[in-house]
Design a protein around this ligand. Structure first.
Ligand SMILES: CC(C)(COP(=O)(O)OP(=O)(O)OC[C@H]1O[C@@H](n2cnc3c(N)ncnc32)[C@H](O)[C@@H]1OP(=O)(O)O)[C@@H](O)C(=O)NCCC(=O)NCCS
Length: 179
């Protein structure tokens, strides 16, 4: 995908493009920061544990995988949000992909996640192999569940006490989008 510019709800331009290996440093810094902005991620502030080199390798791999996509969104050149679709590699599972999204807190409620999800779904619908997109979300993350339902994801199940945030356990809601 070549870059695409959309407008956030407040008029700010958001440039969405496929993440590249030279985004690795910004990506690691971003994960460290957003981990401290929300309890709804699988990591907290600065415990993403990815080095820049590991992130570079991951981004390179994502670009090579035909059924996967890693998108980055930039506001005035700064990394503002990311979304990824990671397909299973085994032949019998290759039609399944997992979706994840995050937005820097200062850009929440402006349509950034919706813009990324629309791009991911457009990619997935054009892909001849993918059939199911699945995701997991904290059961108390009402905003994210609404976002996914808005795009047509349906609740498929629940993992009891899946997340442990500082000793407090939360269920995970599983959601599917059938392509
Ligand atoms: C969840 C998250 C990705 C949403 O990103 P966002 O850019 O703020 O989302 P959008 O502005 O595109 O809003 C998406 C939808 O969420 C829903 N929503 C937004 N605010 C809401 C609120 N206060 N209450 C209920 N639903 C709400 C709406 O359906 C909204 O769509 P609409 O604006 O068309 O009505 C973002 O808050 C985030 O990164 N949170 C921390 C990490 C996280 O939770 N990631 C998801 C892990 S599964």
């Amino acid at each position: 995908m070549v870059g695409k510019e959309v407008r956030l709800k407040d008029g700010t331009p958001l440039v969405i493009r496929e993440a590249r290996e030279d985004d690795a440093e910004a990506m690691v810094a971003y994960m460290g920061e957003i981990g401290g902005e929300s309890d709804f991620l699988t990591y907290g502030a600065n415990d993403s544990r990815h080095t820049v080199e590991e992130e570079k390798q991951f981004l390179l791999k994502m670009k090579e995988l035909p059924n996967s996509l890693f998108l980055a969104g930039f506001v005035r050149g700064g990394l503002a949000c990311t979304a990824n679709l990671l397909a299973e590699q085994k032949v019998r599972l290759a039609h399944n992909a997992e979706f994840g999204v995050s937005v820097r807190k200062q850009y929440w409620h402006l349509g950034a996640a919706s813009a990324l999800l629309a791009e991911i779904l457009s990619f997935a619908k054009r892909n001849p192999v993918l059939k199911v997109i699945h995701l997991g979300v904290y059961d108390s993350n009402v905003r994210a569940v609404r976002l996914y339902e808005k795009f047509g994801f349906q609740k498929a199940g629940r993992h009891k006490d899946y997340f442990n945030v500082g000793g407090v356990f939360h269920d995970e809601i599983l959601m599917d989008f059938i392509l």
